[in-house]
Design a protein around this ligand. Structure first.
Ligand code: PMP
Length: 354
C-alpha cells in the first residue's frame, strides 16, 4: 500500500509523474534511448528544458514581462550566495524568519553590509515579524516566503522601491501571489517543483549587470540567461521530472486550482490541531503555513503511542525538524486531501483512546 507521505522535502510528487518518469528511464519519447543516456544538447532534451522554462513563467503569470526562468545547480543554498554575488554592491536588507533566512544572511555577509530589518528569533521563529521598514537605499530586499522548519508563511509582502528577492523553496506554485512584485525568485526543486537536483531561478533581467565585481561564470545570472541554463550540463533528469510535474499542475488548471485544495488540506489539519485537546500548534495562528503544519503533543508521554498509530496508518514523514521537535506535516501540492483525512482520523482516535 502507498504511504501517506508528509515528508518535508524531497517530498511526494503525483503518481502519474513517477510513472511517466520511470518510463522515460527505459525509453524516452519512443526513441529507443533512456533519458539518462542522451545528450543535454539533443533536440529532445532542449525541447524539455525550453518547455519547462516557458511553463514556469506561464504558471507564475510572468510571460512577456521581462523575466527569465533558469534551471541551475547547487540547491537553494547556492542561491544564498549567488543573489549577493549578482546584486549586492554595498548594502542589502534581509528579513530573518528562520534557519534558511539566517543562512542566506550569513552568505550575503561575505559581500557587503547586511541590515536585518526584523527577526522573529526572539520567539524561536514561531511568527512572521510585521511593521518593519526597509531602507530604499539598499541594493535589494530579501525574504523567505515559507519557513519549512518552523511552519510559518508570509501572507503579505512589503511594498518596496528596490528589487525584492524571495526564497520560495517550500511554497512556490502553491498559492496565488502577484509574482510580478518580485524581481528574483528562487527555489530548490524538491518540494512543489520536482525532485532534488535542480534549482529554479526566475529573474527580471532589468535588475542585472549593476554590480562592479567580477562574477564567476557559473554563478553569473547574465551568463546563465545567455546560455539558456546550459553553461554546463544541466541536471537532465531532475529538469525532466520537474517538467512532468509542471505539466501536471498546468493540466489541473494551475496555481488557482491547487491553492483551493491546499487551503482545504490546511484548514482540515489546523482545525484538528485547535480542537483536539491533546495537541497544540507551534506557529502563530495568523502566520501558519499552508505547506508545513508544525504541532506538538501537550503530553510527551503520548508520543510513542501516537507514533505507533501513525505507523500503522501508513503515515510517513511527520517528525518535526531536529531544531523544533514535535511534529511537522508537510502538505505539498501532490499530497491528496485523503492523506490529511487519515492523519486527522489518527489524531481523533488518539483523543478517544487517551
Ligand atoms: N530555503 C528553504 C525555505 C528551504 O526549505 C530549503 C531546504 N529545505 C533551502 C532553502 C535549502 O535548499 P537546498 O537544500 O536546495 O539548498
Amino acid at each position: 500500500m502507498k504511504k501517506h507521505n508528509f515528508s518535508a522535502g524531497p517530498c511526494i510528487l503525483p503518481h502519474s509523474v513517477f510513472k511517466e518518469a520511470s518510463q522515460a528511464v527505459l525509453d524516452f519519447n519512443n526513441s529507443g534511448l533512456s533519458i539518462l543516456e542522451i545528450s543535454h544538447r539533443s533536440k529532445d532534451f532542449v525541447s524539455v528544458i525550453e518547455e519547462a522554462r516557458a511553463l514556469v513563467l506561464e504558471l507564475l503569470g510572468l510571460k512577456n514581462k521581462g523575466y527569465q526562468a533558469l534551471f541551475l545547480h547547487g540547491g537553494a543554498s547556492t542561491q544564498f550566495l549567488s543573489v549577493a554575488y549578482n546584486l549586492l554592491e554595498k548594502k542589502a536588507a534581509y528579513l530573518n524568519t528562520g534557519t534558511w533566512s539566517s543562512k542566506a544572511i550569513k552568505e550575503a555577509n561575505l559581500f557587503g553590509e547586511i541590515v536585518e530589518v526584523a527577526s522573529s528569533k526572539d520567539k524561536h521563529f514561531s511568527y512572521i515579524p510585521k511593521n518593519y521598514s526597509v531602507d530604499n537605499s539598499s541594493d535589494y530586499f530579501h525574504c523567505t516566503s515559507n519557513n519549512t522548519i518552523y511552519g510559518t508563511q508570509m501572507k503579505e509582502f512589503p511594498s518596496v522601491e528596490i528589487p525584492m528577492v524571495c526564497d520560495m523553496s517550500s511554497d512556490i506554485f502553491s498559492r496565488q501571489l502577484d509574482f510580478s512584485n518580485f524581481d528574483l525568485i528562487y527555489a530548490g526543486a524538491q518540494k512543489n517543483m520536482g525532485p532534488a537536483g535542480t534549482t529554479l531561478v526566475v529573474v527580471k533581467k532589468a535588475i542585472l549587470g549593476k554590480v562592479s565585481r567580477e562574477i564567476p561564470s557559473l554563478l553569473d545570472y547574465q551568463i546563465q540567461i545567455e546560455k539558456e541554463s546550459m553553461f554546463n550540463t544541466p541536471a537532465v533528469y531532475a529538469v525532466y521530472v520537474s517538467l512532468l510535474n509542471l505539466r501536471w499542475l498546468h493540466s489541473l488548471g494551475g496555481i488557482k486550482e491547487i491553492e483551493e485544495v491546499n487551503e482545504k488540506k490546511a484548514q482540515l489539519l489546523y482545525s484538528e490541531i485547535d480542537i483536539n485537546p491533546l495537541f497544540k500548534g507551534f506557529a502563530a495562528k495568523e502566520d501558519r503555513s499552508m505547506m508545513n503544519a508544525t504541532f506538538n503533543l501537550k503530553d510527551n508521554n503520548l508520543e510513542s503511542v501516537f507514533n505507533q498509530m501513525c505507523q500503522e496508518a501508513n503515515i510517513n514523514g511527520i517528525h518535526g525538524h531536529r531544531s523544533v521537535g514535535g511534529y511537522r506535516a508537510s502538505m505539498y501540492n501532490a499530497l491528496p486531501l485523503s492523506s490529511v483525512e487519515v492523519l486527522v482520523e489518527v489524531m481523533n482516535e488518539l483523543e478517544r483512546k487517551a
